[in-house]
Design a binder for this molecule. Sequence first.
Ligand SMILES: Cc1cc2nc3c(=O)[nH]c(=O)nc-3n(C[C@H](O)[C@H](O)[C@H](O)COP(=O)(O)OP(=O)(O)OC[C@H]3O[C@@H](n4cnc5c(N)ncnc54)[C@H](O)[C@@H]3O)c2cc1C
Length: 481
Amino acid sequence: MSDAPVIHWFRRDLRLTDNTALRAALKTRQPVIALFIFDPVFERSAYFSANRMAWLIENLKMLDAMLRDYGTRLVIRRGDSVRVLHQFVFETRADAVYANADYTPFSTRRDTRAAEVLGRTPLHLFDDLVLHAPGTVMTGSLKPYSVYTPFRKRWLELPKPAVQTGHIDGRRFHDLIGIDAPEIPMLADFGTRERVIDLPPAGELAAQRRLNEFTRSAIFQYRDRRNRLTPDPFTDPAPLGTSYLSPYLRLGVLSPRQAYGAAVSAKNAAGDDENARLSVDTWIAELAWREFYMHVMFHFPYVRHSNFNPLFDQVEYRTAPDELQRWQEGMTGYPVIDAAMRQLNAVGWMHNRARMIVGSFLTKSLLIDYHAGERYFMRHLLDGDPAANIGGWQWIAGGGTDAQPYYRIFNPVLQSQRYDPDGDYIRYWIPELRDLSAKAIHAPWELPNPPSGYPPPIVDHKFARERALSAFQRIKKEAAQ
Ligand SMILES: Cc1cc2nc3c(=O)[nH]c(=O)nc-3n(C[C@H](O)[C@H](O)[C@H](O)COP(=O)(O)OP(=O)(O)OC[C@H]3O[C@@H](n4cnc5c(N)ncnc54)[C@H](O)[C@@H]3O)c2cc1C
């Protein structure tokens, strides 16, 4: 056994429990150095989000606090990941680097480059971010799936990896004597002056708490409640509806095995309550959506920039900066759209149903290219993730994998009546409409005296629908010629 240290390079796996690469590093019985690198490529990106950077920092602090209990710390470095890693290996004389694989085009390029630059020092990569890595869920003729339902069917059939339990031997961490370990930077160190939202509780204990709460109760009603728009899950002590785990899954503060394992235990606990068991299955299917989009981006990396169905790149979208701004600010005059956008701006999260409604509104009712919405989401969402976000936007805009057909254009009033029947979601996020009845709140412009301070609708739904249909039909016709 060598005395040289090994490095565990944390990326989007910010937890100590059930961490495949970290366990492998600790198993070498060599001193393990925990490293995180802030790469300026993310700070320069059009996707940069002050919210998500603040969320990352808070989770790094929690990780660091846990590492301190083991007599070590999280070593932070800043700069080009590959160059910094190479330099750090040289400085510490580490003889191996451990990390969990990420599958985005950027991450795979970065890791290939890192392995080359490290030369004889191996970079050991592990599958950990997903239950089934890209390349392992394929059709009978070994092709990647481009439709969700058959993907999910195959994904469900595969044996699932178990949660890796057992305590961590803290003696295996490096004491960092002789290694510079500066404090975790603050948001201001990244030159951002943006106001940041109040964050949910960070760290893997908080993630576990939320998972436990969800799988003890709300998961059993998930099938019936998941589309109901709930005012603010992050302040509600016992939220019903969805799990609100996406910000934790995004950074790997929670592993997909932990999520899946807890769901399976819940299903067992449901006994012969068929509705509860089906509800758990419905939730598990959401974990399959998460992996589906990661696989899609891995196998079809062009979706990063253009539609999965290239025909949709031909749509003549409108350039309407004022309307885009009103959509962003939650001032379209359609209460459900405005409530959802104000929720995003206020808490960095939005309900899935609301994401679909505002997505349809932007790309179909306003006929604005999905990229504008996709980027805006990335700049605000705590869970902003290129694969899921691009997948969701292309799906709703019509050009995605098994996309919502172009002719399905959500009527924002009907969606609102259906998924916020009492108007509580709207009332919570739009104080101007607080006094309206459940009947009037979805279309306040129809009142004889609409509330002052709230705008009339930005566009007439019927007109917008016809406009979108003719834009989409034009490309369909051209393609058929
Ligand atoms: C336009 C649009 C953009 C989206 N952008 C993102 C994004 O940037 N990041 C993101 O994580 N999700 C995104 N989603 C998917 C979905 O809205 C969120 O994952 C979900 O709302 C998170 O809330 P939750 O944790 O309570 O979900 P739950 O309903 O409790 O689901 C559990 C987990 O399954 C995964 N999941 C659920 N639905 C989806 C889905 N449709 N696609 C991929 N994963 C899913 C998430 O990891 C989620 O945390 C987007 C959806 C749309 C329509």
